[in-house]
Design a binder for this molecule. Sequence first.
Ligand code: ITT
Length: 188
Amino acid sequence: MRKSFDLYFVSSNSHKYKEAKSILDSFGIRLGFFKLNLEEIQSNSLKEIAENKANDAFSKCKKPIIIEDDGLFINSLNGFPGPYSSYIFKTIGNKGILKLVSSKRNAKFVSIITYCDKKTLKTFDAKLDGTISKSQKGKGWGYDPIFIPKNSRKTFAEINHKNELSHRFKALKRFSSWYLRKMESNDR
Ligand code: ITT
């Protein structure tokens, strides 16, 4: 039987929430949404940014929450935009990224999911390798029109099974097995 738990996703980005909700639904976890702008510290470590964001989210929502911090890392640009992906998307966008990338197009998407409640702060991460396309393809949000996942010829914006293979799916899968075990042991 499907269980429903009191868990919220805190983010300013409703695209991320929609995908996270659909992924967690498939693991039997019900996810609410708190749309908030969270404090984002400057750091080269996504984990440090995520844990800071999670503490900020919990202090504002006072309920068990998860937050997600993502980064697109382009090999030939030494991992740029990485932890600055959100700022770079807002400033130079996909057009600007395409101008910077030349012949070597390998990249990866990283997702960090951090859970926080009164007693626990726990982080899960995952990465997905891929390449940067030569032009924008498909209608999607964020970097979806320029990111081609490994073993595909299409961008995230062109495929309809993104939620079965994305960086977000992989990190949430790790989170889910831990969270369901935690809930079961609380039930006992
Ligand atoms: P928060 O309020 O949750 O921080 P955000 O949009 O600032 O929302 P991030 O810092 O985690 O989120 O994301 C970094 C950037 O990467 C941001 O511009 C996103 O749009 C983009 N991004 C993250 N996941 C993506 C995905 O699955 N597809 C396309 N772009 C993605």
